[in-house]
Each structure stands twice: as structure tokens, then as C-alpha cells.
Design a protein around this ligand. Structure first.
Ligand code: C2E
Ligand code: CA
Ligand code: CA
Length: 653
């Protein structure tokens, strides 16, 4: 600030000093020369100060620097200028005219007044400058012998005191202004720092917001994708990509809602493939899967999207909205013909058929699970009558289902109520004519009515009661056997169903029954039907091996009625083959051929044969002549209660 203001001060100095030197001429040459010397000195000092001020001004604008050397040099300049002024006024006072003294005093006062504000940042400089400018000249005026300038001198001194005092005030004001300015600057600086920080934070916030938006969008997409995937997994069958049970039930419920509201009709079709198990069995699961995918694709041609589902295994369900019984039948027949076209799976030609059951809404019901169950039972019933056909749910079936449900309820408490008992039928050794073993056959007396095992055993299997019932049979048969005290120890044949066999607790049950009765395992024969080999072949094989390890004998029941492959049979351990009574009682050539083939095969497998259903002497003689090892049937004895059997045995042997 000092340097900046000095340009005007220097200009004033140069002009006023030149004015005083050259305006008032003196006759005295020496005085003139002295004035000139003073002028040259003043000009020189002013020039140096100008250069110095310009230098610092320039430097100030380009680079920051320490203010101390500037102030020192500036102070030297002020000191030189002030000294020149003071010297000039004192040295030349005596040679000055009255006008010149007055003018010089005015000029010095003006210069001192200007300095009071211009130099106020440095109060020492103001004091010095005013003092050297005013005091010597005022002093000379006060002491002037003429006494003309006493007043001027007094005014000069008063002015000096006034300027000095106001210099303090100006200085104070300047300092506080400077502080204020500095505070302002700091404030502005702080604000700009804060603003730049705010800007930075804003930028970061914007960037992180963008990132957040982006990751939110990604997250939403991921959630959407996973939801769809979850939906797909929980509602679709991975093999065929058709709906699964879950998905179909949801869909059918929705359709039923609208059907009810619009008072329309709807058909549910239960489609079961015929012959698929054999494909799986003989060609393996890979081919089986290919076949299922192909069948699913073919069925798709006859139903709309999401109206078809894989119910499980080789079962499919379809829904046909707005269908009458006739249209439902027509679609079912079309589906059947689609299924029967030969399938080429990895160079294997496979021909299947389908049995289809139909249930109608609202005729047969309007609840999804009921309709599906009715269609399923219709299919099941149809399959029993004739495979590869289409059937519609009806009242008779409805009554049958109701009866089945009632029986099922009763069967649950049959053991506790003592409604079950075992009948025994002897199996005769052809060579000795003696009883070799006896077959335990289950009987259920429900409300005084004897229910056939052909009816209640499949029921028990479907409702999961078979393992419990089977356990009871096994224990009862072995307990009875342990109580009998015949001359020849008999063996006991017990029928075992597939659900019993694959039950995890089966072997344990067996062991404990043998242990508790003390019957040796060699005296126990277990009869499994040929059909057990169709499912869970690996588990069944493993289970049978566990039994053989215990010296228990295995019979294959109802041989010839199932579809077991010879390859599979070969890997199963068994001791007896029971020729089904349908072959024994049929007198046709074909039946004979089958019996002969079975006997031959049994010989190859090194196992014995039992012919079931011998009712007549002719049948006995025929089967004995063909080479059957054992015979069983009404010809010898019907199944009897334990006590009847004891009497029968004692009477005959
Ligand atoms: P299955 O094992 O083939 O039993 C032989 C069936 O043929 C018995 O029928 C028996 O009474 C009958 N039968 C025996 N000899 C003759 C005959 O000369 N002529 C005729 N027409 N029939 C004869 P049942 O007792 O009604 O048993 C039917 C089926 O129920 C059995 O067939 C068997 O598969 C099943 N079963 C019976 N008891 C049990 C059991 O405790 N457990 C299991 N899992 N199934 C059983
Ligand atoms: Ca049997
Ligand atoms: Ca049988």
C-alpha cells in the first residue's frame, strides 16, 4: 500500500519542488546553484524511489515476497526526500523572499498533510516526514528577526502537532482496516476452500449416487432374474420344462376361479405312459429321459402353453378350459395317437402308449386336487381294465373311491382293533408229497365282511400303511410257526410288497422278528412279486443281497405276469420261482410253452419252481410231469386259519 500510494506523492514532490526552485529566482548565483543542487538531488532521489516502487509493484503482482526489504528501502527513500525538504527549507530560508517563505510553508504543509494519510501505515514515517518538513521551517519562521512570520511559524508547529496526532488515528484506522481486510480475505479464502470442498463432496456424492443407481439397477435386475429363476425352479420340471405339480396346481386353481365365475366347464386329463418303465429298465435312464422329453414335446401340440404339466415319473396332466366331455375325449385320443408314433432315441426305436383318465368341472367337482385325483383314479381304473385307453370319471368310480377312502380309514386302526389275521396254505413237495412250506396270506375282517388282500394291500401301499402291516404279518407268521410242533419242521413263506422291501427299517424288523421267535433264517422264505424289479432296481437288489446274506430264501411270485427283463433277473439272488396260476389253469399251448420255458430258465438259474393254483388232479399231474418242484393250490388245501391248518396237517400227515 505504501509503495502503491508513493507514485502520486513522488509526482507531487517533483512538481512542487521544481515549482519552488524555478518559480522563485534569486539574484544570487550561489543561491541559484545551491537550489539547482537541491533540485538535482531531489530529482535523483525521486527517480530512484520511482524505479524502486515500480520494481516492487511489478514483483508484487508476479510473485509473493517478504515485505521487510521493501519497507526498509521505502523508509530510506522517505528519509532522503524528507531530509532534502528539511535541509532545503532551513538552508535557503534566509535567501527567501516573503512570498517564497509563505509559498514554501504552504507547499511543505500540503506535502506534510498528504503524507499524513499516504504514510499512515507506518506512523514512525509520518512523524519523521512531517517533523523534517514542518518543524525546521516553522522554527526558522518563529525565530525570524523580522517577526513577520511568527504567525506562520506558530501555524506550522500547530499543523505539525495536528498532523502527528491524526497520523496516530489514521494509523489505528488503517491497522483495523487491514485486520478487517485480512479477516475478510481469510473469510473469502475459507469460503472458497469450503466451496471447493463442498463442490468436491458434491462431485463425490453425484458419482456415488450414480454408482448407487447403477448397482441398484443391477441389484433389481439380479433380484428379478433370481425371482424368475426361483419361480422356474419351483414351478417347472427341469427335464421337460413343463410345469411341475406345484406350478400346475397354481395354474389350475386360477383357471378354476374363472371357470366358476363365468359358469364354464373345464376338463382335467391324467396321462400315464404304458411301457415306459420297461424302456427305462432295459435301455437305461438316459434314453428314458430322451423319451420323456419327446413325449412332452408331442403332448404340447395338443394343449396350450401352461396347460400341460409333468406330474412325476411317466405321468402328465393337462387342463382343457371350456371343454365338454366329447372335446376332452377327442383331445385325449389325439394325445394317445401322438404318443404311439414310434420314437427314435439314440438309435433305439421305442413305441409307447398312454392310458388317460378324464375328470370334468363342474360335473365331478371344482377343487383342483380332487379333479386331478379323480382323473388319476380313472386312469388307474382304466389301466386295470385295458391299457392304452381313455376313460371318464363316473359315479361307480366315485362310489369306489368313497369306499376306498372309508376302507383306508378303517385299515389304519385294523391292527389295533385285531381285525387282521393270517391264513395258511401248504406248499407240497412233488417228490415226497409232503408239506415243504406254508404261505402266510393276510385276511382282514372289516365290519364282519372279509376284504380280499387284492383290494386292501394296494390300498395299504398307496396310503403308506404297508410297512406297519407287513411288520405285523412277519411277526404273526413267525410267532405261529414257533408255536407249531410238527414232526417235520416246516418253512414259512411270507409275502413282501415293494414299499415294505425298500423301507429303511425292513431288515431291522426282520432281524428282530427272527430273534424274538428263535426261528432260524433258513426256514423263512420271502415272496416278492416280479414287479418289484421294475422300480428302484438298485435298492431292491441291495436289499435282496442283505436277505440272502442272512440265509433267508427268496421266491419270485407271480412269475410271467410282470415285465422284468432276463438281464435284470440275472443280477437278482433268488431261490424259487412261483409260476402264476393263470398259466397253470390255462390249458392252451401258449401257457404250456411259457411253463416249459420258465422251468428251463429256473434250471439255468439253479432255482426251484413252485406251481400255484393247482385245483385239479389233472393240473397236479400235468405240472408234476412238466417238472415243477413244488405245488400249491386248492387241490391240496385252501388257505386256512392257524388252528384249521394244525388240524388239517395232523389229519393228513
Ligand atoms: P399271491 O401271493 O399270489 O397268493 C396266492 C393267492 O392265490 C392267494 O390269494 C390264494 O388264496 C390264492 N390261491 C391259492 N391257491 C389257489 C387256487 O387253487 N385257486 C385260486 N383261484 N386261488 C388260489 P389271496 O390270499 O386272496 O391273496 C391275494 C394276494 O394278496 C396274494 O397273491 C398276495 O399278492 C397278496 N397278499 C396276501 N397276503 C399278503 C401279505 O401278507 N403281504 C403282502 N404283501 N401281500 C399279500
Ligand atoms: Ca405269494
Ligand atoms: Ca402268486
Amino acid at each position: 500500500m505504501l509503495v502503491g500510494n508513493s507514485f502520486v506523492g513522488l509526482l507531487m514532490t517533483v512538481m512542487s519542488f521544481s515549482g519552488l526552485v524555478f518559480f522563485f529566482e534569486s539574484d544570487n548565483r550561489k543561491i541559484e546553484e545551491l537550489k539547482l543542487i537541491f533540485w538535482v538531488c531531489m530529482m535523483l532521489v525521486s527517480l530512484l524511489r520511482l524505479v524502486d516502487a515500480s520494481y516492487w509493484k511489478f514483483k508484487l503482482s508476479s510473485t509473493p515476497f517478504s515485505p521487510n526489504p521493501v519497507i526498509v528501502r521505502f523508509a530510506i527513500g522517505v528519509f532522503a526526500t524528507g531530509s532534502l525538504w528539511g535541509l532545503y527549507s532551513v538552508v535557503l530560508y534566509s535567501s527567501m523572499s516573503e512570498l517564497e517563505v509563505a509559498s514554501t510553508m504552504v507547499v511543505l504543509s500540503a506535502m506534510a498533510g498528504g503524507a499524513g494519510t499516504v504514510l499512515s501505515p507506518k506512523k514512525e514515517l509520518v512523524i519523521f516526514y512531517c517533523t523534517v518538513l514542518l518543524v525546521p521551517m516553522s522554527y526558522c519562521a518563529l525565530l525570524d528577526k523580522t517577526g513577520n512570520f511568527f504567525m506562520l511559524g506558530t501555524l506550522g508547529m500547530v499543523y505539525w502537532v495536528g498532523i502527528s496526532l491524526s497520523a496516530f488515528r489514521y494509523h489505528q484506522f488503517f491497522i483495523s482496516t487491514l485486520h478487517l481486510k485480512e479477516r475478510n480475505n481469510n473469510l473469502v479464502k475459507q469460503m472458497s476452500i469450503e466451496r471447493s470442498q463442498t463442490d468436491k463432496i458434491n462431485q463425490l456424492l453425484i458419482a456415488s449416487n450414480e454408482k448407487l443407481d447403477e448397482s441398484n439397477a443391477n441389484l433389481e435386475a439380479e433380484v428379478e432374474r433370481r425371482t424368475q429363476e426361483l419361480f422356474r425352479l419351483s414351478n417347472r420340471d427341469p427335464l421337460t420344462n413343463l410345469l411341475n405339480r406345484n406350478g400346475f396346481l397354481k395354474h389350475l386353481n386360477d383357471l378354476l376361479e374363472t371357470t366358476k365365475v363365468l359358469q364354464n366347464s373345464l376338463a382335467v386329463l391324467f396321462i400315464d405312459l404304458d411301457g415306459f418303465k420297461q424302456v427305462n429298465d432295459s435301455l437305461g435312464h438316459k434314453i428314458g429321459d430322451l423319451v420323456l422329453v419327446e413325449i412332452a414335446n408331442r403332448l404340447r401340440n395338443y394343449s396350450e402353453k401352461n396347460h400341460l404339466a409333468r406330474w412325476g415319473g411317466d405321468e402328465f396332466v393337462a387342463v382343457i378350459p371350456y371343454a365338454t366331455v366329447d372335446t376332452a375325449k377327442a383331445v385325449a385320443h389325439a394325445m394317445r395317437s401322438g404318443v404311439t408314433i414310434p420314437i427314435n432315441a439314440n438309435d433305439n426305436q421305442v413305441t409307447l402308449d398312454a392310458t388317460i383318465g378324464i375328470a370334468m368341472c363342474p360335473e365331478h367337482g371344482d377343487v383342483a386336487v380332487d379333479l386331478i385325483q379323480q382323473a388319476d383314479l380313472t386312469m388307474y381304473d382304466q389301466k386295470r381294465k385295458q391299457r392304452g385307453t381313455v376313460g371318464v370319471f363316473n359315479e361307480t368310480l366315485h362310489a369306489e373311491i368313497k369306499r376306498e377312502q372309508r376302507l383306508c380309514e378303517r385299515l389304519r386302526s385294523a391292527i389295533d382293533n385285531g381285525e387282521l389275521c393270517l391264513f395258511y396254505q401248504p406248499i407240497i413237495d412233488v417228490t415226497t408229497g409232503h408239506v415243504s412250506s406254508i404261505e402266510a396270506l393276510l385276511r382282514w375282517t372289516c365290519d364282519g365282511e372279509i376284504i380280499s388282500p387284492d383290494i386292501f394291500i394296494p390300498l395299504a401301499e398307496r396310503s403308506g400303511l404297508m410297512p406297519e402291516i407287513g411288520t405285523w404279518v412277519l411277526n404273526r407268521a413267525l410267532i405261529d410257526l414257533s408255536h407249531w410242533d410238527f414232526a417235520e419242521p416246516l418253512c414259512m413263506s411270507v409275502n413282501v410288497s415293494i414299499t415294505q422291501l425298500i423301507d429303511d427299517g425292513f431288515v431291522k424288523v426282520l432281524d428282530s422278528a427272527l430273534n424274538s421267535t428263535g426261528i432260524s433264517p433258513q426256514r423263512l422264505y420271502l415272496e416278492v412279486t416280479e414287479s418289484v424289479f421294475a422300480n428302484n432296481a438298485d435298492l431292491v437288489t441291495q436289499r435282496l443281497h442283505e436277505l440272502v446274506e442272512r440265509d433267508i430264501k427268496i421266491s419270485i411270485d407271480d412269475f410271467g405276469t410282470g415285465y422284468s427283463s432276463l438281464h435284470r433277473l440275472q443280477s437278482m439272488p433268488f431261490d424259487f420261482i412261483k409260476i402264476d396260476r393263470s398259466f397253470v389253469q390255462n390249458t392252451s399251448e401258449e401257457s404250456d410253452t411259457i411253463i416249459r420255458a420258465t422251468l428251463l430258465m429256473a434250471r439255468e438259474f439253479r432255482c426251484k419252481t413252485i406251481a400255484e393254483g393247482i385245483e385239479t388232479e389233472a393240473q397236479r399231474a400235468h405240472l408234476a410231469a412238466l417238472g415243477s418242484d413244488y405245488l400249491q393250490g386248492y387241490y391240496y388245501a385252501k388257505p386256512m386259519s392257524a388252528s384249521d391248518f394244525i388240524s388239517w396237517y395232523n389229519k393228513n400227515y
